[in-house]
Design a protein around this ligand. Structure first.
Ligand SMILES: *Cc1c(COP(=O)(O)O)cnc(C)c1O
Length: 378
């Protein structure tokens, strides 16, 4: 059987040909005026994605490097930080904090649930000495999105810094950094950006930067003071070819328009959730977002993901520990067409049947198609 490779995983995501071809261009020296100008233009363009007028820095790392950058530049060893931990990526904030001697004040919640502004308000009241809050906009391990705008209302105009891991959430969920008052936002190339892995982004406003300048934590490669000083160049060798690709990807996103990018993800999320419901399965998250759909799996999900990938060429994700075989995660993130969503649901229906979990073929597909048709045609 012919298989076409389709990434419906919450990173990496598909990359358009136009972007891939940019990466094939000749590598020039990173300190030439030609490249520094391109980098400058590209970083200006990335501000649009974050909806900010503040600087965006690009790091040669995966998203986790961006998270580490936020942590080490904002909190001193021995200081406390409020951290929302409702999944694998919230847990990662805690792990990074501990690695640097930072004391996490955890808002620990069951996987699949969402922190509320009230919970953050309470934590801030109980810990008046804490000046930084770390959140996960879209918790990719559970498919949950939080009310980030509502949370930002609590910290905007105060001396508390709000940091969000928007690694997967950016582009898939509305995020207006300046308007909402988010102080630091982190993202990563292989998620909504239509890029391969290898770059992390961190947007920093003035309020956060003032704290960064005073922070005494140890840092070297990820020291944002160095990045600010050498801007628009980078302190280290920039990933030249990835910047070519970023430049193209951001131009494509700008041409589509950020509202349309958000709407595209919303429509695909709605279509996927409708399909899952018709198939007779249950969503895992109590507050599902549009990055991915996490579903309670009726069979061990690693068997399902294996058949979908190896037989049909469709890569989705199983759960992450400790939910490994309990859930599967279909992503609708990044460079996907409505028909990719249909392909994903079809492969899901086939694979479930093949593994002995009987579902009516085409039932989920029909539900998804109806949502897509209504959204696209009316
Ligand atoms: C993908 C992801 C990250 C970063 O993971 P990397 O593998 O380091 O790129 C961080 N947070 C969330 C929510 C993510 O989805």
């Amino acid at each position: 059987m012919v298989r076409r490779y389709l990434l419906l995983s919450p990173g990496p995501t598909p990359v358009p040909q136009e972007v891939l071809l940019e990466g094939a261009k000749e590598t020039i020296h990173h300190r030439t005026p030609e490249f520094v100008n391109l980098l400058k233009e590209t970083l200006e363009l990335t501000k649009y994605v974050f909806q900010t007028q503040h600087p965006v820095y690009v790091l040669s790392s995966s998203g986790t490097g961006g998270m580490e950058t936020a942590m080490v530049n904002l909190v001193n060893p021995g200081e406390k930080a409020i951290i929302v931990n409702a999944g694998k990526f919230g847990e990662r904030w805690v792990d990074i904090a501990k690695a640097y001697g930072i004391v996490p004040v955890e808002i620990k919640l069951p996987w699949g649930t969402a922190v509320t502004p009230e919970m953050i308000e309470k934590a801030l009241k109980e810990n008046p000495d804490v000046k930084v809050v770390f959140t996960t906009y879209s918790e990719t391990s559970t498919g949950t999105v939080i009310d980030l705008e509502g949370i930002a209302k609590l910290t905007k105009g105060t001396d508390v810094i709000l940091v969000t891991d928007a690694v997967s959430g950016l582009l898939a969920e509305p995020l207006k950094m300046d308007e909402w008052g988010i102080d630091v936002a982190v993202s990563g190339a292989q998620k909504g950006w239509m890029l391969p892995p290898g770059l992390a982004f961190i947007a920093v406003n003035d309020k956060a930067y003032a704290k960064i300048e005073k922070c005494t934590n140890s840092r070297y490669y990820f020291d944002l003071r160095k990045y600010k000083k050498s801007a628009p160049d980078n302190p280290w060798t920039t990933a030249v070819n990835l910047i070519y690709m970023l430049n193209k990807a951001v131009k494509m996103l700008k041409e589509e328009g950020i509202e349309n990018v958000w709407a595209r993800h919303k429509l695909y999320g709605e279509a996927t959730r409708a399909a899952i419901k018709e198939i007779g399965l249950e969503l895992f998250s109590e507050r599902p977002g549009n990055v991915l759909t996490a579903v309670k799996s009726p069979i061990p999900s690693s068997n399902l993901t294996k058949v979908m990938r190896d037989k049909y060429g469709v890569t989705i994700a199983a759960g992450q520990e400790p939910m490994k075989d309990e859930i599967f995660r279909i992503s609708h993130l990044g460079y996907l067409t409505p028909f990719d969503i249909i392909t994903g649901i079809t492969a899901l229906e086939f694979s479930l049947n093949e593994l002995g979990y009987k579902v009516e073929i085409g039932k989920g597909v029909k539900a998804a198609e109806e949502v897509l048709f209504k959204g696209l045609v009316g």
